[in-house]
Design a protein around this ligand. Structure first.
Ligand SMILES: [Zn+2]
Length: 84
């Protein structure tokens, strides 16, 4: 990954740091969680930035998890995926 984020946070001007994030998504009673995903996080306001295309890939991964949860009939279940 390149050090693309030299500029400060566009929300508050805080500095961005590269770190693993954990994000939970819910839909129709199904919860999925992604953890270990690397992103740029503002040290002041917590705004999350992804590399170009990263947000789209994350959204696609979340869609897959929801599909899996529904296919496997894990309604009201909890599915998580992590990147190591
Ligand atoms: Zn900020």
């Amino acid at each position: 990954m390149s050090e693309l984020m030299k500029q400060p946070c566009s929300e508050c001007g805080g500095s961005l740091r590269r770190q693993s994030i954990e994000k939970e998504f819910g839909r129709e009673g199904v919860k999925v969680k992604l953890s270990g995903v690397k992103a740029w996080v503002c040290s002041k306001c917590g705004e999350i930035y992804f590399e170009p295309g990263g947000a789209d890939k994350l959204a696609a991964a979340v869609e897959c998890l929801f599909d899996l949860a529904i296919v496997e009939n894990q309604h009201r279940g909890h599915l998580s995926a992590s990147v190591t």
